[in-house]
Design a binder for this molecule. Structure first.
Ligand code: FUB
Length: 300
């Protein structure tokens, strides 16, 4: 797969250097068509693990995953295909929203394939990754919840949690052992207000933030909402909308890089199956709530 370097135009680069409040609300950072961005920082570099939409498709029939990275939020490198349905034996369709995390020098890539969740491992954040189990880590419809959209979180005490699911108001979570590929206990189902899919968990100043496309709104999963908890398993204090979105579908992640917080997310492009990854600066209020991000209309 050809590798690409992406350079933002001078006005966009300049705007990113100016007061963050003046960054244009909708700001595409990756080439067409990527979606479901999970942003991670490894060794001082920011990596985005997105889904890879198929141009011209009439379905979310994706088959592989790329990773992109940046050192400055301006120049982005496409590292090419890091994992593909061809690398597993147990699913042949729907290579959807992934996530990746580092532990003890290894990188663990959690990926949904045909409504099951697998884990692949590599010595590098850019792969190549290998299927760690040769079978799903989470089977189809376990705990009565659709097994998609994995998001992984390691708490300060070292306990790892794998969150996942598409369900109305219910989020699935299972603890992982330190090897990151073995489940540690049963799947738990948590009641999370307005949750629909695309969970993202991050911790800031001792608070656990759960952000997600909600089951509200006048389009499909178009509102990005959040709840705050005192622990990784809730209970949840619903806080409201993060992104005033006007796109048909949204899904994203919140990550701090070089002292600034960002919301990475996608909007629908020419169709709901051809999406674009964007970024906005994100700010907290003194009480820990997130300031509403207003987004301009989607690019045609
Ligand atoms: O990318 C395929 C699916 O679309 C994801 O799993 C959902 O979160 C939605 O973004």
């Amino acid at each position: 797969m050809k590798r690409q370097s992406i350079r933002l135009s001078f006005p966009f680069a300049l705007l990113l250097c100016l007061a963050p409040a003046h960054v244009p609300a909708q700001h595409q950072i990756l080439p067409d068509f990527q979606a479901d961005p999970s942003a991670r920082v490894f060794n001082g570099r920011l990596y985005i693990y997105p889904s890879h939409d198929v141009a011209g498709s009439k379905d979310w029939d994706m088959v592989d995953w790329h990773v992109f990275s940046t050192g400055d939020m301006v120049h982005w490198k496409d590292h090419g295909v890091i994992f593909s349905l061809k690398d597993i034996t147990w699913a042949v369709k729907h290579a959807w929203a992934p996530d990746c995390i580092e532990r003890n020098g290894k990188y663990y890539f959690y990926f949904p394939a045909d409504d099951q969740i697998g884990v692949a491992v590599s010595r590098s954040p850019t792969g190549p990754f290998e299927d760690a189990l040769g079978k799903p880590l989470i089977a189809r419809n376990e705990a009565g919840i659709r097994s998609i959209d994995p998001a992984v979180f390691i708490d300060d005490d070292g306990q790892a949690y794998l969150y996942f699911g598409n369900s109305s108001g219910r989020l699935a979570v299972v603890k992982l052992k330190a090897d990151m590929i073995t489940r540690d206990g049963p799947i738990q189902v948590l009641d999370l207000p307005n949750y629909h899919e695309g969970i993202w968990v991050h911790k800031q100043n001792g608070r656990y933030y759960f952000s997600y496309p909600s089951n509200r709104g006048d389009m499909i999963a178009n509102l990005m909402e959040y709840s705050i908890a005192k622990g990784p398993l809730g209970p949840f204090d619903y806080k409201g909308v993060i992104l005033d979105n006007r796109s048909r579908n949204v899904h994203g992640s919140i990550t701090e890089f070089k002292g600034k917080s960002y919301l990475f997310y996608h909007v629908a492009g020419p169709s709901a199956y051809e999406r674009r990854v964007c970024v906005e600066p994100l700010y907290y209020n003194p009480d820990g709530t997130i300031k509403l991000i207003r987004m301009s209309p989607a690019k045609k």
